[in-house]
Design a protein around this ligand. Structure first.
Ligand SMILES: O=C(O)CCC(=O)C(=O)O
Ligand SMILES: [Fe+2]
Length: 334
């Protein structure tokens, strides 16, 4: 460790911002949730807060000052009726909302069968996880990705136009291990590959995922710490990015298990602490769509072309949908 690093750490520890090692805070699990620490951390490392401010996620600034595009009326209207309005309320309150069995089972089975058979050299096929980023677009897949009710919930939540920041991702998480305790874990090594520590992600990221297999509390699943999305969470280094199990247990936050029958939709704000909770040999099939109001988009030219089997798919896409996909498919939507 450099003197610089040690010196900085000493100051942060003296301020109580990065706690010393102890029974609740240790190793890379020195994160905590609280407006006081968040305020100080955001001042010392303001990038995250500024990204949220720029896109209207901190204060309702006038449009002229904001990046991204305003929330279109059509999207707002699409999410007024149920089950979307309730989902929005849950998302606002907890940082997560579930719509059980929203996508029909046959559709899920058909898509899974198609992707099981897919051969492509960019498919990650690790023993712990199989992952396809940007599976071939079909009318069925586009219908889910661009579902006006679901995207509408995210639009009302952000108050801005959500844009796709990544291609759809289909993952089969199949841990051979059960959830390690944070005590036995170092985020530096990441032997577990899957996102098992309690963490937050890039600012302004909102997502919905479809459970492509039945998932119960006894299966591998995602957990969310309800309400933590309201705390302006920030971290200064990898040391305080994750929460320890002991801290979560004493914090009193409700844990929401993202489970349900095949076809269930899970909408969530990645500013809420969440984790993949591993159950040995219990695979979870999951199709995920990520949106931001415009920041941190992960365009990839190769994925763009590989995921479009037929450019005609874009021909009749309304301009609103083109805008939502424009960062991912500039060659087709411009
Ligand atoms: O796979 C999971 O359950 C967790 C995924 C995650 O951390 C995320 O989508 O941001
Ligand atoms: Fe995450």
């Amino acid at each position: 460790m450099s003197i610089m690093h040690d010196g900085k750490r000493w100051i942060l520890q003296s301020l109580g911002l990065v706690p010393a090692d102890g029974p609740v805070f240790y190793g890379n699990f020195k994160g905590r949730v609280g407006l006081g620490t968040a305020l100080m951390k955001n001042m010392l490392r303001p990038q995250r807060l500024l990204k949220r401010l720029e896109y209207g996620q901190i204060l309702p600034l006038p449009n002229a000052f904001l990046k991204g595009a305003p929330c279109p009326e059509e999207l707002r209207d699409a999410a007024i009726q149920e089950p979307f309005d309730q989902a929005l309320k849950d998302l606002r309150r907890d940082g997560v909302a579930l719509i059980p069995g929203y996508i029909d089972e046959d559709t899920c089975d058909r898509l899974v069968a198609e992707w099981d058979a897919l051969k492509r050299d960019d498919i990650q096929d690790h023993p712990y996880q199989k992952k396809i980023i940007g599976p071939p677009l079909s009318p069925e897949l586009l219908d889910i990705w661009l579902d006006r009710g679901l995207v509408g919930v995210l639009a009302r939540y952000l108050g801005r136009l959500p844009v796709a920041r990544l291609y759809p991702s289909f993952t089969i998480a199949r841990p051979p291990y059960s959830q390690p305790s944070s005590r036995n874990y170092s985020t530096d090594k990441n032997d577990f590959l899957l996102a098992v520590p309690w963490h937050i992600d890039t600012p302004n990221l909102v997502q919905f995922a479809i459970l492509m297999s039945d998932v119960t509390d006894d299966c591998s699943h995602m957990k969310i710490l309800a309400g933590t999305h309201k705390k302006h969470n920030a971290y200064l280094s990898t040391e305080d990015a994750a929460l320890s199990d002991e801290y979560v247990a004493q914090s009193g936050y409700n844990v929401v298990n993202c489970v349900g029958p095949k076809g269930t939709v899970v909408l969530f704000d990645a500013a809420a602490y969440h984790q993949f909770y591993a159950v040995a040999n219990s695979p979870r099939y999951w199709l995920k769509f990520e949106f931001t109001p415009g920041n941190n988009v992960l365009f990839n030219a190769q994925t763009e072309s590989r995921s479009v089997p037929d450019p005609a798919l874009f021909e009749n896409l309304p301009s609103l949908e083109c805008k939502i996909l424009s960062e991912m498919y500039p060659s087709y939507t411009m």
